[in-house]
Design a binder for this molecule. Structure first.
Ligand code: 3PG
Length: 415
């Protein structure tokens, strides 16, 4: 099959020095400071094994500055070691003289994971296209030490950041095997979706979800959006429901530009009144115990930690009767067993749906794995924001850059 981007089959990898951008961003246990789930690590094993005759340097991020789980990639290196039958080294810097020396000395058949790329502030602060980002200091330092760049980080493919697109103007660049599969399968979903099609959008990355909701509805990719989790709470606020201090403070504290997002939510509700659903009841966390409350009886001084039973039943019916379903993000604080109910029931409904089902997001995939339902969903994407950005009809930044890389390769730019 020919792709609009280069794949591992197109390049001579043996004996070369390859830089691979992966997405190892994983849930972290706050006490043990260790990974709670290694689905994201496992998703890249196929690509890393295919590079067994090259010297492979791996670059990745964990969370974002300011978050509790913004931490070193040391535990990720330990997990990777368990899955690879080749030496896996860890370098606790990104482009120090020591790192550059170790990269030069790395031999074919060895892997070295570099430290969290977001420890270096330009990774997040610099904006622009691949050409602009290729001028970033650490990219200019690292690029001359490699022969090939492989981007396998599908889950970060909606971000134009130095590590995701900045190496592309410097090095022949290909999609890794995970990237290749995700772009291909999700591309097919976009062209063949069965009606009625619905999206269930939840989780805490409400900024991504609200922006994408607009694309999905505006481009008629889905007929209806069901909102849950923090996204659902923001849409309730946008509807004029006051949630109560703990839930509103959470949104202000954890969602960047929450006022702007709320405003966007309001205009979406106005424009697509009958196509966006919000929860009709919620579950409060009353000193660790679940208590249901209809939306009419809000606000509450207790935090909302899940959707309520009526909403679960109604959404589950919609999911089971749909021709295609896209699910992204949990419905509540699923890490606490009392509040995993909404998430688990809706994922069970997804597994029963006769329609074509796609699930996206690290947390979604982790819960589906834990519930043993992964095999019941047609495509479980490793991407959250990336998956719904693409299914919202918007080209992913990395897809765009990799297509340009193929043109440049064919025109001889890298020779
Ligand atoms: C994800 O987990 O969705 C990706 O790793 C991207 O993370 P980000 O939203 O912090 O860029």
């Amino acid at each position: 099959m020919t792709h609009p981007f280069l794949t591992l089959d197109d390049l001579d990898l043996d004996g070369s020095k390859v830089l691979v951008r992966v997405d190892f961003n994983s849930p972290i246990d706050p006490e043990r400071r260790d990974l709670m789930d290694d689905t994201r690590i496992i998703s890249h094993i196929e690509t890393l094994r295919a590079l067994k005759d090259a010297a492979v340097v791996v670059m990745a991020h964990q969370s974002r500055p300011g978050k509790n789980d913004f931490t070193t990639l040391q535990p990720h290196a330990r997990r990777l070691r368990r899955h690879m039958d080749m030496p896996v080294h860890f370098e606790d810097t990104l482009f120090s003289n020591n790192a550059l020396r170790r990269i030069d000395e790395l031999e074919s058949g060895e892997i070295m994971l570099l430290e969290n790329v977001r420890f270096y502030s330009e990774e997040i602060s610099l904006k622009g296209d691949a050409e602009t980002l290729s001028k970033c200091r650490y990219i200019r330092k690292l690029a001359p030490h490699f022969d090939i760049f492989v981007n396998d980080a599908f889950a970060a493919a909606h971000r134009a950041q130095p590590s995701t697109v900045g190496f592309i103007p410097h090095l022949p660049s290909a999609a890794g095997m995970l990237m290749e599969r995700e772009l291909t399968v999700l591309g097919k979903v976009l062209s063949t979706s069965q009606k009625p099609s619905i999206a269930l959008l939840g989780g805490a990355k409400a900024d991504d979800s609200i922006r994408i909701m607009e694309n999905m509805l505006g481009n008629d990719i889905v007929d209806k959006v069901l909102t849950t989790g923090v996204v659902g709470n923001i849409m309730l606020l946008a509807k004029g429901v006051s949630l109560g201090k703990p839930s509103e403070t959470f949104i202000k504290k954890h969602i960047s530009k929450s006022d702007e997002i709320l405003e966007k939510g309001r205009s979406l509700l106005e424009k697509y009144k009958d196509r966006i659903e919000v929860p009709t009841d919620v579950a409060l966390n009353v000193d660790g115990t679940r208590r249901g409350l209809t939306v009419e009886r809000l606000p509450s001084e207790k935090p909302i930690h899940d959707i309520g039973l009526d909403t679960v039943v109604h959404y589950a019916n919609e999911i089971e009767g749909a021709g295609s379903v896209i699910v992204n993000g949990p419905s509540g604080v699923f890490e606490l067993p009392e509040f995993a109910f909404g998430t688990e029931e809706l994922f069970l409904a997804l597994s029963r749906s006769k329609g074509f089902t796609v699930a996206g997001g690290g947390e979604t995939s982790a819960v589906l794995t834990r519930m043993g339902l992964k095999g019941e969903v047609d495509h479980v994407s490793t991407g959250g924001g990336a998956c719904i950005t693409m299914l919202g009809g918007k080209q992913l930044e990395v897809d765009k850059a990799l297509r340009t890389a193929k043109q440049w390769y064919e025109e001889g730019r890298y020779h």
